[in-house]
Write a protein that binds this ligand. Structure first.
Ligand SMILES: NC(=O)c1ccc[n+]([C@@H]2O[C@H](COP(=O)([O-])OP(=O)(O)OC[C@H]3O[C@@H](n4cnc5c(N)ncnc54)[C@H](OP(=O)(O)O)[C@@H]3O)[C@@H](O)[C@H]2O)c1
Length: 267
């Protein structure tokens, strides 16, 4: 099994949701896990529970990432951290575009650039990139049931492309590369209810979503397979969530749709 070949892992976005569940899962498998996030209180708690190394790092800080990459010979890199925003191109804010591109894409490319060459030299390693169904499919923004913006879709499509190209760049090595593409998971990404966010009631509570542990299990499955086997892509969605929609606005509707929403009702 792959776990027997690996000793250390680095997991980003470890302070909550899918990342925290992944730290728990990989720690249970006996890996020494470096858990990355900005919230030191949550990381300290996670460290007390799992024995992971809490690393308080902002992914926007490329210099800090460079130092972090030297901390160990990482066998497993889970690029999981991400943020989401609501809205379409008609009402997206400049700072939301910057945040999404910086955290969801730019930092992932940097961390991968910093860690993967050493994996290739050792001929051992596994990169798991957490994308999203938003990276594979277009779906209409709907304030009541969706929570993604055009920039979010674009960054996650970037992760999909990065993952595929990485396999090409690593041709001939035993460094494996997996994309895990989740549908809706009950996490704080929809607005942390502990911090007054509405995500729990609006996007999670009413739906039979996945739990963070479901995605951690999917990641552990990919990492735990024999070294000869590379699980390239896992799309994991709630049973009651389907993707597939064809809309065709009637002429009469089109006139109304051109009256662009200014975003005020978008929350
Ligand atoms: N939940 C879903 O339905 C869903 C669906 C598809 C894909 N995903 C993807 O799954 C991944 C994990 O998200 P989640 O759902 O588990 O959400 P989450 O609970 O909000 O976790 C996001 C994590 O990212 C970290 N993070 C955000 N900005 C950061 C920064 N600048 N520097 C360092 N860490 C940062 C956060 O830590 P700090 O706040 O401590 O920095 C947090 O640990 C994301 O890539 C998301 O796009 C989620």
């Amino acid at each position: 099994m792959g776990f027997a070949d690996y000793r250390t892992a680095l997991v980003t976005g470890a302070s909550s949701g899918i990342g925290a569940a992944t730290v728990r899962r990989l720690s249970d498998e006996g890996l020494e896990v470096y858990a990355i996030g900005r919230n030191s209180e949550r990381l300290t708690r996670l460290s007390a529970q799992t024995g992971c190394r809490a690393c308080v790092v902002d992914l926007n800080d490329t210099r800090a990432l460079t130092e972090l990459a030297k901390a160990a010979a990482f066998d497993v890199l889970v690029n999981n951290a991400g943020q989401s925003r609501r809205g379409s191109i008609l009402n997206t804010a400049a700072e939301d575009v910057d945040t999404l591109v910086d955290v969801n894409l730019r930092a992932v490319v940097h961390l991968t650039r910093l860690i993967v060459p050493e994996m290739a030299k050792r001929d051992r390693g596994h990169v798991v990139n957490v994308s999203s169904i938003a990276g594979h499919y277009a779906f209409g923004e709907n304030a009541t049931t969706f929570n993604s913006s055009v920039a979010y879709h674009a960054t996650k499509a970037g992760i999909h492309s990065l993952t595929k190209q990485l396999r090409v760049d690593l041709y001939g090595t035993r460094v494996r590369v997996t994309e895990v593409s989740p549908g809706r998971v009950a996490t704080a990404i929809f607005g942390d209810p502990d911090e007054g966010g509405e995500g729990d009631t609006r996007f999670v509570g009413a739906f039979e979503t996945l739990q963070p542990e479901d995605i951690a299990d999917a990641i552990a499955f990919a990492v735990g397979t024999p070294i000869r086997m590379n699980v390239a892509t896992l799309e994991v969605v709630p049973t009651l969530q389907v993707i597939g929609d064809l809309r065709f606005a009637r002429r009469s509707e089109a006139a109304q749709l051109t009256m662009i929403d200014d975003g005020a009702d978008n929350a």
